[in-house]
Structures are given as structure tokens and as C-alpha cells.
Ligand binder design. Structure first.
Ligand code: FAD
Length: 302
């Protein structure tokens, strides 16, 4: 009986638009990425089973620019939806003409997806444009919204500005265009600087961007990962994090322990800013993430 109730509740959740959940509460969610085409999917399915225990409001699945692993992406999304959980499909328009876009979004709808993160994507090496129907995410959103009005769209945002943007002002002006073209909420790229986040929120609200902002948190677990991701995205490493790198950079276990504490603290700081949603980049790992979630008391230990 109880199982039946839980199942029914989950079925309802699975069909919910994230924009509707955001009207009611702070969302809690995870991001996963599909395994490469030649790798088994089972380890990720096992990780997902464990992540479900934390009752996420949704789980998002990344999309390989150019649609390299579109089959795997759909397999992961289908597994999330079939388990009765809400999914958000990432999608990039690199190398995609209108037909490709229509085909993929139709497939998403067939799977039961009602939420998409619509992105331009990073250019593959040597490319200077998307070589597809749309040059930027705002136009992609306009197209999807016109063809699939019931699809809820999210857009990416960058607390310190996108790495290719000529300035944060320019990036925020383009962000406004995402809202005007159908984005119902935004999801941030990783950011370790809470002061930068506060300034960003002030600036976007002044710029007339009123939609909710879900904060993407990249756990601090590996020194090389932190350095690679911050450099490739043009993000700051604040002093407390740089101290952890300096002190424990050559001691992976100690680095991870200090990094988890840093992550828990960062989650509290974000929550105290009144964020609309917390989105954990899971890196397809379970154990470290579970420790962070339970240590922060967000889920699991009530
Ligand atoms: P855009 O909004 O098009 O912005 C790109 C640049 O162009 C920015 O500098 C912006 O200021 C500028 N710009 C925007 N609109 C205009 C305009 N109308 N005219 C002129 N300039 C403009 N990548 C993947 O490949 N797969 C994923 O699954 C994925 N998931 C992501 C999830 C999140 C939460 C985030 C934040 C990023 C993700 N990315 C992913 C990375 C993303 O694809 C890259 O950051 C990409 O370089 C930019 O995508 P965008 O949608 O923000 O592009």
C-alpha cells in the first residue's frame, strides 16, 4: 500500500515542470553524464539508484556537443524517467540543423521529458561557430518554444561571465535574451566565489532578469579537477580554496577531506543567500557526494 503511494507520488513528480516546483520550494537536484559509447551503462544506473534515495526534485543528464553520444544520453534519461523521477535533458545546438533539433526534442518528448537545458555548447577544436541552425542558445530556445510550447526551458548562466564573453555586462545582456526567448529558469556553471555570486544576482536582477536561478555546485574532491575546471571556465579560486590546494595539493586523501568541508560550507553559504535551487554536479560518483549531502544535512539524516 505504502509502496503504491510512493510510486504514485513519484509518477506525479516525474511529470512536473521544474518551473512549477520552483514556485513551491528550493529545488534539490543532481547532474550526471552518460558513459562513453564503448563503456557499460550499469555503473551509472547503480549510482542513479543510490542518488534516488536522496529524493532529488530532478536529475539532469549532459549532452555531448555535436550529438556524439545522443543514444547514450537518451538511454540515461529514459532510465531516470522510468524509475519515476523527474529528468532534465541537456541539449546543445553544435552541428545541429532544424531537422536534427526537431528529431531530438521529439524523442525527448516520447521518453516523457518535460524539461530541457538548452545550450549552444562548446565549439569542437578548430570550429569558430556552431555550424548549425542557430549561433546562440537564445535562438535555439525561441525555436524550441515555438515548436514545443509545453517544454520547460532552462538556460546556462555564468557568475563571473562566460569565458568567451567580452564582458560580464555583455554576457548579462545576452542572458536577458534567454529569458525573453523562453527560459523559465537559469542554471549556473560551477562557481567557488560566493561574493561573486552575490554581485551577479544583484546585477541580473537590475538587468530585469527575474526568473529563478538554480546554483550548480561542483564538489571539491580532486586538486587537478578543480584547477582544470576553473581555468577552462575562467572562474576564480578564492583564497580559502587556494589555501587548501597549497596545503594538501600533494596529499589526495587530505585534499578530499578538506575539499568536502569546503563544499559543505559553500552549500550553507549559498542556502543562506536564499537560492532558488541547489544542483550538485555528481561527477557520476556516489560515496563522496553522499557524505557531503549527509554532512550538510540537506537530505537523508532528518
Ligand atoms: P550562449 O548563450 O550562446 O553563450 C555563449 C557566448 O555567446 C557567451 O559569451 C554569450 O555572452 C554570447 N552570446 C549569447 N547570446 C548571444 C547573442 N545573441 N549574440 C551574441 N553573443 C551572444 N556543454 C555541453 O557540451 N554539454 C552539456 O550538457 C553542458 N551542460 C552545461 C550545463 C550547465 C549548467 C552549464 C552552465 C554549461 C553547460 N555546458 C554544456 C557548457 C556550455 O555548452 C558552454 O558553456 C558553452 O560555451 C556556452 O553555452 P551557452 O548555452 O551558455 O551559450
Amino acid at each position: 500500500m505504502q509502496t503504491e503511494t510512493v510510486k504514485k507520488g513519484r509518477e506525479r513528480t516525474a511529470q512536473e515542470k521544474i518551473s512549477d516546483i520552483l514556485k513551491k520550494k528550493m529545488t534539490f537536484s543532481f547532474e550526471v553524464f552518460p558513459p562513453k559509447n564503448d563503456k557499460p551503462i550499469e555503473p551509472l544506473l547503480q549510482t542513479l539508484e543510490k542518488l534516488y534515495q536522496y529524493e532529488p526534485d530532478f536529475i539532469s543528464c549532459t549532452f555531448g556537443a555535436g550529438g556524439k553520444n545522443v543514444g547514450r544520453n537518451e538511454e540515461v534519461l529514459r532510465a531516470i524517467v522510468d524509475s519515476g523521477h523527474n529528468a532534465m535533458a541537456h541539449y546543445t545546438c553544435i552541428g545541429q540543423d532544424e531537422e536534427d533539433i526537431l528529431h531530438t526534442v521529439e524523442n525527448f518528448q516520447k521518453i516523457g521529458i518535460r524539461n530541457m537545458l538548452a545550450l549552444r555548447g562548446d565549439f569542437p577544436e578548430g570550429w569558430t561557430g556552431t555550424q548549425g541552425a542557430f549561433a546562440h542558445a537564445d535562438r535555439l530556445m525561441q525555436f524550441i518554444k515555438r515548436k514545443f510550447p509545453s517544454m520547460t526551458l532552462s538556460g546556462a548562466c555564468y557568475v563571473e561571465g562566460h569565458i568567451q564573453a567580452r564582458s560580464l555586462d555583455a554576457d548579462i545582456a545576452h542572458l536577458r535574451s534567454k529569458q525573453d526567448n523562453g527560459a523559465e529558469f537559469l542554471t549556473t556553471q560551477l562557481n567557488y566565489d560566493i561574493d561573486a555570486y552575490r554581485r551577479f544576482i544583484d546585477r541580473i536582477r537590475k538587468a530585469g532578469i527575474t526568473i529563478p536561478v538554480i546554483v550548480g555546485v561542483m564538489p571539491v574532491l580532486y586538486k587537478d579537477g578543480v584547477i582544470r575546471m576553473t581555468l577552462s571556465n575562467g572562474c576564480s579560486i578564492p583564497a580559502p580554496l587556494s589555501r587548501i590546494i597549497g596545503k594538501y595539493g600533494d596529499k589526495p586523501e587530505e585534499f578530499k577531506k578538506a575539499g568536502k568541508e569546503y563544499t559543505v560550507n559553500m552549500i550553507y553559504q549559498y542556502m543562506n543567500e536564499g537560492i532558488d535551487g541547489l544542483h550538485l554536479y555528481s561527477l557520476n560518483k556516489y560515496r563522496d557526494l553522499a557524505e557531503i549531502i549527509e554532512e550538510a544535512g540537506i537530505r537523508g539524516t532528518f
